[in-house]
Design a protein around this ligand. Structure first.
Ligand SMILES: [Ca+2]
Length: 330
């Protein structure tokens, strides 16, 4: 009987992902990775709103809004810009349609789509708690945001909105951080050329494996060009001192792509105010992530304040990465 149920469930899921047009305005929404160039951590997040149509797209959709009947922590928002790849990746914000209050906007990261087209998916990971209400997605370039005319989407822009799963880690959404209406700021890579250190420095393979190479701005995917590398040891770590306390938005971790990317699978990200006391904010699921291929690991930092960010393995291995970028307001 269970096998039969699973069989029919798989049929339903397959049908959901193959359907011609979808507006899911009430969770559970079925997430189809093939529709989207970015896969958030689905063990902690769920898709709560989606506008998707597989047919030929135009640009310049109408208003695109979603409603949350109770407070939710919005973790990720994506918009689709098929004809926008010539320009730079912009920002995404949310506006409460009743009060007009604007949240964000946040600088988006670009992800590749069909045929390797770069930066067609714009993704932000604000991890922001919003009270119940209806929110309009505010995309900084409405003229390149894609929609499908004359189908079920009603001219809404293609988009995906994820929220923190309720009761993950035993917490409820009512304990989430109340977002203050955000003041737009310039998101910059706070780690670039800052002081970096690591638990040990590899002496093999004839390269320069200094910690500073994690923040030298050089990222090619080849560890020999600009990556750092520790010895193999128990729980090796690398860290950067941002020089002052900052509100941190997210970090991008660029894996080496010439070899051995799986060694980063057990990594953990920790934050500190003083280099003495550390708080773990992220543990990777051992999947292999990319880097210069457009798929660095993005770690949401939820606006947390910190001065130092550390990457540490939870096992005995070599720790090496191409680059670590930490984004926040100056
Ligand atoms: Ca580098």
């Amino acid at each position: 009987m269970m096998t039969l149920i699973l069989f029919f469930m798989s049929i339903v899921l397959a049908q959901d992902c193959a359907q011609t047009c979808n507006v899911c305005s009430q969770p559970p929404c079925t997430f189809c990775p093939g529709h989207f160039g970015y896969t958030p951590d689905l063990s902690t997040r769920e898709l709560i709103f989606e506008v998707y149509g597989p047919m030929a797209v135009s640009s310049g959709p109408g208003d695109t809004s979603f409603t949350i009947p109770r407070g939710r922590t919005i973790t990720d928002i994506g918009t689709y810009h098929w004809y926008g790849q010539r320009g730079s990746v912009g920002t995404i914000g949310l506006q409460n349609v009743d009060s007009g209050t604007l949240y964000g906007p946040w600088q988006a990261s670009g992800y590749a789509g069909m045929h390797g087209a770069q930066d067609v998916y714009w993704v932000v990971s604000p991890y922001v708690y919003l009270p119940a209400g209806t929110y309009k997605i505010v995309d900084s370039d409405q003229s390149t945001w894609s929609y499908t005319p004359n189908d079920c989407t009603g001219s809404e822009g293609h988009c995906w909105v994820f929220a923190k799963k309720e009761n993950v880690d035993g917490s409820s959404t009512s304990q989430g951080k109340e977002a203050s209406p955000a003041t737009p700021c310039e998101q910059t890579n706070l780690a670039l050329h800052k002081l970096a250190s690591q638990s040990s420095t590899a002496t093999d393979w004839g390269g320069n494996w200094d910690a500073s190479r994690g923040v030298d701005g050089v990222k090619t995917g080849n560890i020999f060009d600009g990556g750092f590398h520790t010895d193999s040891e128990n729980s090796p770590w690398w860290q950067v001192d941002l020089g002052a306390m900052h509100d941190l938005d997210y970090a991008l971790l660029y894996n080496r792509q010439d070899c051995c990317g799986e060694r980063a699978g057990s990594l953990e990200v920790l934050l500190s105010d003083d280099g003495q006391s550390w708080q773990s904010v992220y543990k990777h699921d051992r999947s292999i992530f990319g880097g210069t291929d457009g798929h660095p690991l993005k770690v949401g930092l939820n606006g947390q304040k910190a001065r130092l960010l550390r990457v540490q393995l939870r096992e005995t291995n070599w720790l090496h990465l191409d680059e670590v970028e930490v984004f926040g307001c100056q």
